[in-house]
Design a protein around this ligand. Structure first.
Ligand code: SF4
Ligand code: SF4
Length: 339
């Protein structure tokens, strides 16, 4: 039997999400990159090296994820990967849309990059390309095949929305066929472009899905995919009454670094100038108060305080005014390991 396990938060390891540029060749409908808040610059290699070194203490306990924009657009990504490897990070992942610019697969090897993590938002060309842009399905699939053939471990991220939830069940055979080892299901948020975008067809309405549809669909299909031999993760989103709420900002160690020097501890805060830390001359320094760390302390019956502020439509209340359920931290995951 394959059962989901909640992945407990821990301060014994850290995740460093390093956006080395915000430029991208695609315009996905749910993209969360916000150039006003995250900058439009491409970090020079000297800054990438300096900022990586700020995380070098106990680096073997830290997972490093290079992101963008599209990180493979950065011509110095291979040098950045090599430097991170020398510094001893516990794992190195490159998140990519699959276009794999600058021959990245030929300029790195599986000893340097632990995982190339690809993004597809549909099991078919038609659905994926409607969300991510014409040609992106074929290019991404070809990129995955090339990475697998070169011996890289791969994972795949699928952001569930009303526009593609029906195709989630069709991902198992595609993942098996491609040889992808891990599958990450994400939920569309109300950030970045998806905050204002409507689906192209009136029948789809807004992209965000309802609680009941999520609960009825995602855990069931995640289990089905795991039974085919693939490790699957998905956000917990809604807590059961007996489950304890925890804010990752208080009990975990995550860093979301942007090329303008802002460093957040919470992804839901990234659309606002409330980051906890700043890079100043390659040193990580606390940002001015008030900032996101002040929100993390607030204990409210609805669970995540940032969700209540920016996505209150995710909540519902009983007649006496108490919330029907708590919203989990957006970083809390369920995982079903492959059998
Ligand atoms: S590939 Fe990523 S960074 Fe580029 S538009 Fe899509 S979601 Fe945004
Ligand atoms: S998503 Fe909510 S619970 Fe999680 S770190 Fe942010 S504020 Fe805390």
């Amino acid at each position: 039997m394959t059962l989901p396990q909640t992945v407990a938060f821990s301060r014994n390891s850290a995740n460093v999400f390093f956006h080395i540029l915000t430029q991208c060749n695609l315009k996905c409908r749910h993209c969360y990159i916000n150039p006003q808040q995250h900058g439009q610059n491409t970090l020079p290699l000297s800054s990438i090296v300096g900022w990586l070194e700020a995380f070098s203490e106990n680096s073997h306990t830290k997972n490093l994820i290079f992101l963008g924009g599209e990180p493979t657009l950065h011509p110095d990504l291979p040098a950045a990967i090599r430097h991170a490897r020398r510094l001893g990070f516990g794992s190195i992942t490159v998140d990519t849309n699959g276009y794999l610019f600058h021959d990245i697969l030929d300029r790195t090897d599986p000893g340097e990059v632990d995982v190339f993590s690809f993004s597809l938002d549909g099991a078919t060309r038609a659905t994926n390309d409607r969300i991510r842009g014409d040609g992106s399905f074929d290019t991404c699939v070809a990129g995955i095949r090339k990475a697998v053939s070169k011996g890289f471990d791969t994972s795949l991220i699928y952001t569930v929305s009303r526009a593609n939830i029906e195709e989630l069940k069709e991902m198992a055979p595609l993942l098996k066929n491609l040889g992808v080892g891990r599958f990450f299901i994400q939920i569309i948020g109300l950030r970045g472009r998806s905050a204002s975008q409507k689906s192209e067809t009136a029948s789809e309405g807004i992209l965000q899905i309802e609680r009941q549809q999520w609960l009825d669909t995602v855990p069931r299909i995640a289990r089905m995919i795991a039974e085919s031999g693939i490790t699957v993760s998905y956000p917990k989103v809604f807590l059961n009454p007996d489950e304890k709420f925890e804010c990752a900002g208080l009990v975990a160690d995550n860093y979301f670094i942007f090329p303008n020097g802002r460093v957040y501890r919470c992804p839901l805060c990234e659309d606002f100038p409330v980051h906890s830390l700043d890079f100043k001359e390659n040193q990580l320094v606390p940002a001015a108060k008030l900032n996101e760390s002040d929100f993390f302390q607030l204990n409210i019956p609805e669970g995540c305080v940032m969700n209540k502020l920016i996505q209150p439509q995710n909540l519902s209340y009983r007649q006496d005014g108490t919330p029907e359920y708590k919203i989990a931290c957006c970083l809390l995951k369920e995982e079903i390991r492959r059998e």
